[in-house]
Design a protein around this ligand. Structure first.
Ligand SMILES: Nc1ncnc2c1ncn2[C@@H]1O[C@H](COP(=O)(O)OP(=O)(O)OP(=O)(O)O)[C@@H](O)[C@H]1O
Ligand SMILES: [Mg+2]
Length: 284
């Protein structure tokens, strides 16, 4: 049961190693990397490749750890108790009927092994990872309301992604296997593009990739374009039927690429790029 990438997803050797290491260790894989480098997609692809269901928990700034375990729905219980007839009184009496299972509970109690994605853990407050230490380590938790212990039937394969907006606590890190998805080099990028646009003309791809890396390597950019932006841009180039010449300048100098809005996402970066082009023109 080894992960080797898929038809949709290009995994480098070290990424495959990391995934398989985490599976072997039965520890969560903490994945970091620039936005748009395939962190979320990795969990989806591993689930598909291993033929396991995927359970996703997308974290927001307001998300609490407890929500992933379970919540006690006191409001519904109160409403039922006020509105209900005799038949419902039974229901109201049993607190079990008002315990709502969270994603972690569902993953722990699934009748087969699942892949669990905890996406963008750095969005939550600092207590969040600390509150999940035991749950992710022992894969169990206690439900105080019903005095029951929920324990994973099959330990899920856990992926945790982070964009580095906040530092994660050491105690949390100790429990994970870590992998940083490096920005793809030109060869890997070519493979990724091939996966998404199998029929793309070689010359157009080469020119587009050169322009893309030129833009990316511009010193002082606030937001560097990443894989997903390159893919968007290529999609536009194809849809608009942009000719090869529009991407290549004769004298091998940098030019503002067509549809640059797919790559550069703020006005400072666009201005910076235009300045560079202007200076090159006047330096020859
Ligand atoms: N290795 C890859 N193979 C194939 N497609 C990829 C790869 N990496 C990125 N992509 C493409 O980039 C898109 C963005 O990937 P994804 O949403 O997983 O990024 P992310 O790292 O989770 O970004 P964010 O941090 O913004 O959530 C994917 O939908 C996919 O099309
Ligand atoms: Mg993501």
């Amino acid at each position: 049961m080894k992960f080797q990438g898929s038809d949709q997803y290009v995994a480098t050797q070290d990424l495959m190693l990391a995934v398989n290491a985490a599976v072997t260790l039965q520890r969560p894989l903490l994945v970091k990397g620039e936005p748009g480098t395939g962190k979320t997609m990795l969990a989806e692809e591993v689930a598909t490749a291993l033929g396991m269901p995927l359970m996703q928990w997308h974290i927001k700034s307001t998300t609490k750890a407890q929500q992933g375990l379970y919540e006690y729905d006191a409001v519904s219980r109160l409403r039922d108790s006020q509105l209900s007839g005799v038949g419902d009184a039974e229901k109201v009496r049993d607190i079990r009927n008002y315990i709502v299972q969270g994603v972690l509970w569902q993953a722990f109690s699934a009748d087969r092994q699942v892949v669990l994605l905890i996406d963008e853990i750095d969005k939550a407050d600092i207590e969040f990872p600390n509150d999940l230490l035991r749950e992710l380590d022992r894969m169990e938790f206690y439900v105080y309301e019903t005095r029951e212990l929920v324990k994973a039937v099959h330990r899920p394969i856990v992926f945790i992604t982070s964009n580095n907006e906040k530092e994660l606590p050491d105690a949390f890190l100790r429990r994970c296997f870590f992998h940083y998805i490096k920005f793809p080099d030109a060869d890997t990028m070519q493979r990724i593009v091939d996966v998404h646009f199998p029929g793309l003309k070689k010359q157009l791809l080469a020119a587009a990739l050169k322009t893309f890396y030129d833009v990316r390597n511009l010193p002082g950019l606030k937001k560097k374009p990443s894989t997903s932006e390159l893919l968007d841009w290529l999609k536009l180039l194809v849809a608009e039927d942009i000719p090869l010449e529009a991407l290549q300048s004769k004298d091998d100098k940098v030019a503002v690429p067509p549809l640059v809005g797919a790559l550069l996402k703020n006005e400072q970066d666009v201005t910076l790029f235009e300045k560079l082009v202007f200076m090159q023109r006047h330096n020859r």
